[in-house]
Design a protein around this ligand. Structure first.
Ligand code: PMP
Length: 333
């Protein structure tokens, strides 16, 4: 990590620690490394995409003083855009599906975003948050539609920063990179960069139930089964950001196993993480088990657990959803 004063909030995004998860690694006989994206100023991996989207728009002249940023988001991108927007004097209008955790709504409002909750409906429905955000941006003067799914500044952020940081800190001994995709920006940017450094690094997609990407990677068809409560990941279409990503394989992880891992990580490793980070660690551990002893697998710790208190870390919610963790160790892996 470079020393010295960071001149502003934008400069404080990224350069997160790469943390070995020690007890899990010892149990597996393989190193699991977590890129601690929850330590970004906005608390998630999406700070990087938000920063790059804003800076690219400023360079292109599509976002200028007094402007408004509009985005449809499951939450973390909105939080990042609101904070970075405040730091540069932009308003933010955030369109969010109403099934996301209440913590994110509260936080977005505290940050000053104009929050528009919409029913959680499929992408094909014109009232899906993605389409609503596009229309609001078209109707709002001096507005930028951030369009994280197809705006390649998102992938560029990870190609130019997350990937190089992982390579700098752990590259020499890396055997695999494993991560889930929401927009696909993180997976595509990091996997592309790592493959360019060393083609032998296996890039494996982690996917929740209800997402079509597992099937897409395995068969080329966009089919899915089941559903997942894990927020921010899983998608039923191929985004521009994900389209050209080098993918060697995919691993599907159940909500139950993600919940078990979240509670294991908190209890045994002192890591309070969100559901997608826990799901990533499950997938990373399973990929590691297929690698030779001593191998290293890196994954992304996308966000922290503070945004998941009402579900992932709420005993009553877990019981109601038949997801109460029961593992005493790592027997679920
Ligand atoms: N985890 C969480 C909690 C997220 O909010 C997101 C972003 N949607 C992701 C993972 C996936 O990141 P990406 O959009 O880069 O695929």
């Amino acid at each position: 990590m470079s020393g010295g004063v960071r001149p502003d909030l934008f400069a404080a995004v990224g350069d997160t620690p790469l943390i070995r998860i020690p007890h899990l690694s010892a149990a597996l006989g393989r190193n699991i490394l977590g890129k601690a994206e929850h330590l970004n100023p906005g608390g998630s991996v999406k700070d990087r995409a938000a920063k790059y989207i804003i800076e690219a728009a400023e360079r292109a002249g599509t976002l200028a003083a007094g402007g408004t940023i509009v985005e449809g988001t499951a939450g973390n991108t909105g939080i990042a855009l609101a904070l970075l927007g405040n730091a540069r004097g932009y308003r933010t209008i955030i369109v969010i599906p109403d099934d996301q955790s209440p913590e994110k709504f509260d936080l977005l409002r505290v940050l000053g975003a104009d929050v528009r909750a919409v029913p959680a409906v499929p992408f094909a429905d014109e009232n899906n948050y993605y389409h609503v955000a596009r229309r609001i941006a078209q109707e709002t003067p001096n507005a930028l539609w951030a369009d994280q799914f197809n705006n390649l500044a998102n992938r560029d952020a990870h190609y130019e920063t997350t990937g190089p940081e992982i390579w700098r800190d752990g590259g020499a001994t890396l055997d695999a990179f494993v991560a889930a995709a929401g927009t696909g920006g993180t997976f595509a940017g990091v996997s592309r960069f790592l493959k360019e450094q060393n083609e032998a690094i296996r890039c494996v997609l982690a996917d929740p139930l209800g997402s079509a990407l597992f099937c897409y990677v395995k068969t080329g068809r966009l089919e899915f089964e089941g559903d997942s409560f894990v927020e921010g990941i899983g998608i039923k279409r191929v985004t521009d950001n994900f389209k050209d990503a080098p993918v060697d394989d995919a691993v599907r992880v159940s909500d139950r196993d993600a919940v078990e891992m979240a509670h294991y990580l908190l209890r045994e490793e002192g890591l309070l993480l969100g559901g997608s980070a826990a799901l990533n660690v499950v997938a990373a551990a399973r990929v590691a088990k297929g690698c030779p002893a001593g191998a290293s697998v890196v994954t992304i710790l996308c966000d922290g657990g503070a945004r998941a208190m009402s579900r992932l870390y709420n005993a009553r919610w877990l019981a109601e959803n038949e997801l109460t963790p029961t593992a005493r160790g790592l027997e679920f892996l």
